[in-house]
Design a protein around this ligand. Structure first.
Ligand code: MHO
Length: 195
């Protein structure tokens, strides 16, 4: 059960990044997760001085196991895509970074019940991604010291835990997600959720 070497990256702004960090970590084929800031121009954003950036979760996924389109399905279950918030911090944004991902967005929208003109969520090219502070990473694990303590004692750096595929699954598990379920492969056409 080794991490694949060829992963692709997906980045989503879906409100506070703690929840999506855990939700995406549960998905089969999602190898690593990290919380960060994107979408803005401020050079060195921090949680307290975000500027025009938005909280995002970024995942490394194995495209052989999970498609970008499937990740979009999860992203759309995780927020209310008909809405957009005024707060830059919590904007709903799907970031794309390849032609393949942009095509997947098109296919996803075509097969969903969402009309483009009723979406509040924006689709943008990812320019830069800024990693968030350590205390925002794998947030659901951060108070589970009986889990993280031994790793810290053993000398793992914060970034080692953040980038650990195992930690992504643990973080999902302690947040209450079932990590054993292969991704909802075929539920049929995406049902639009009532808001
Ligand atoms: N301040 C909110 C959201 C945090 S999220 C990292 C809370 O404590 O739940 O924006």
């Amino acid at each position: 059960n080794r991490a694949p070497t060829a992963t692709e990256t997906a980045t989503f702004g879906l409100g506070c990044f703690w929840g999506p960090d855990a939700r995406f970590g549960a998905i089969e084929g999602v190898i690593r997760t990290r919380a960060g800031y994107a979408g803005g121009t401020k050079p060195d954003p921090s949680y307290r001085t975000l500027g025009d950036h938005t909280e995002v979760v970024q995942v490394d996924y194995d495209p052989e196991t999970v498609s970008f389109q499937k990740l979009l399905t999860v992203a759309f279950e995780e927020h209310s895509p008909r809405n957009q918030t005024e707060k830059r911090q919590y904007q709903n944004i799907v970031f794309t970074e390849s032609e393949t991902q942009r095509e997947a967005v098109g296919t996803f929208l075509d097969t969903s019940n969402y009309r483009a003109d009723e979406l509040g969520t924006r689709f943008e090219s990812l320019e830069t991604f800024h990693i968030a502070e350590p205390y925002h990473q794998k947030f659901n694990l951060s108070d589970k010291h009986w889990i993280t303590g031994p790793f810290e004692k053993a000398g793992y750096a914060e970034a080692d835990i953040r980038e650990s595929p195992a930690a992504a699954k643990l973080n999902a598990h302690v947040a209450g997600h079932d990590v054993s379920v292969p991704f909802l492969s075929d539920r049929g056409p995406l049902a639009s959720r009532s808001e």
